[in-house]
Design a protein around this ligand. Structure first.
Ligand SMILES: [Fe+2]
Length: 303
C-alpha cells in the first residue's frame, strides 16, 4: 500500500468538512447534509428489475441515495436466492475486492442464517439474537478496513430481524455539533483496541488498535470503525474518550435520524459500511431467515 493510501486522522485530513479547524467547510457541508438526509427509509428504496443488470435510470437513482446518505436500499423484483446478485450488483459500483473473513463461504460471500453447529453458533450474526450497533469488520486492521457492504435478503424472518441504520457522516456531524473534542478523541490512532482472538492453535487474529474516525487521503471520504459491544473491546482510558463514547451511544439510541427497515425477500442494503444493528428474530420452522453478506475493501463508486 502506498503512503498516500494510509488513512489519516480527522485533525490532519486535507482541508474540508472532516478537518476540525476548517469551520467554514464544515458548516457548508453540515447544512447540505442535514437538508438532504432522508427522514424515513422509504426515501432510500429504489425498485430495480434485476439488480445484476441495472438500467441507467436505476443506477442513477441508487447513486442519488448514496450521495445523500452513504446508503441505498434496492428492491429487486425477480428471484432472490442467487449469490450472483450481491456480486454483480457490487461490480456495477466498483466493488471488486471482497474481504473474506474466516466464516465466509468459499466464494467470499457469507450466508448469514441461524447455525446449530460450531463454530458459527458462537458468533452472534449466526444466531437469532440481536446485534448491537457496529460497522462491519471493526476488528480488522485499519489497512484492511471494510469500506463497503452489501446485505441481500434471500428470506426474511417470520418475525423481527429489523435493521436500524445511521449514516456514519451523520454520527460524525451530531458528535461534532455536541463537542468537536468528541471527534478528536475518536480520531486518536489508539482509541479502540480489539484484543487478539485465540483458538486451539494459538492466536487466530492479533490485537488491533485503531481510530473510530479516519479519512481516506485519496478520496477524502470519512470512514468509521465502531462497535457498541462492551466485551472484547478496550477503549482508551481517559475522560475525553468516555465522554465521546457516551455521546455516541446517546445519538444511536435516540436520534430521530436513525432509519429502520425490515428487508423483504429480494431487497438489500448497499452502503459505505454505515452504522447498523439488527433486532432479534424468530424463524419459521422450515424457512430460516437468510442474508447474503458481501464486504469489500473498495469504496463505492457512483455517478
Ligand atoms: Fe453488520
Amino acid at each position: 500500500m502506498s503512503a498516500l493510501a494510509e488513512p489519516i486522522a480527522t485533525d490532519l485530513a486535507p482541508r474540508g468538512p472532516f478537518r476540525l479547524d476548517d469551520g467554514d467547510a464544515y458548516q457548508r457541508w453540515r447544512e447540505r447534509k442535514l437538508r438532504e438526509y432522508p427522514r424515513t427509509v422509504d426515501e432510500l428504496i429504489v425498485e430495480v428489475r434485476d439488480p445484476r443488470r441495472l438500467t441507467h435510470e436505476e443506477r442513477t437513482a441508487l447513486s442519488e441515495r448514496f450521495r445523500r446518505a452513504n446508503m441505498a436500499v434496492y428492491a429487486g423484483l425477480g428471484a432472490a436466492d442467487d449469490k450472483e446478485i450481491p456480486r454483480a450488483l457490487g461490480r456495477q459500483f466498483g466493488l471488486e475486492h471482497l474481504d473474506a473473513n474466516w466464516l465466509a463461504d468459499d466464494d467470499g460471500i457469507s450466508s448469514i442464517e441461524v447455525h446449530g453447529g460450531q463454530p458459527r453458533s458462537e458468533f452472534t450474526p449466526y444466531t437469532d439474537r440481536p446485534i448491537s450497533w457496529h460497522t462491519d469488520g471493526y476488528y480488522n486492521s485499519v489497512e484492511r478496513r471494510v469500506r463497503s457492504l452489501i446485505l441481500h435478503c434471500v428470506r426474511p424472518a417470520k418475525q423481527g430481524g429489523e435493521n436500524a441504520l445511521l449514516d456514519h457522516e451523520i454520527a460524525y456531524l451530531l458528535l461534532r455539533d455536541q463537542n468537536p473534542e468528541h471527534v478528536r478523541a475518536l480520531s486518536a490512532p489508539d482509541v479502540m483496541t480489539i484484543p487478539a482472538r485465540c483458538d486451539e492453535q494459538g492466536v487466530a487474529r492479533g490485537e488491533q488498535a485503531g481510530p473510530v474516525f479516519l479519512v481516506d487521503p485519496a478520496s477524502g471520504r470519512l470512514h468509521m470503525r465502531y462497535t457498541a459491544r462492551t466485551r472484547s473491546i478496550c477503549w482508551r482510558a481517559d475522560a475525553a474518550t468516555r465522554a465521546a463514547i457516551t455521546c455516541l451511544e446517546s445519538i444511536l439510541s435516540s436520534s430521530p435520524l436513525v432509519l429502520r427497515t425490515r428487508l423483504q425477500m429480494g431487497m438489500g442494503l448497499l452502503c459505505a459500511n454505515v452504522l447498523h444493528n439488527r433486532s432479534g428474530f424468530v424463524d419459521a420452522p422450515q424457512a430460516r431467515r437468510r442474508m447474503y453478506r458481501a464486504r469489500y475493501r473498495d469504496e463505492l463508486q457512483f455517478c
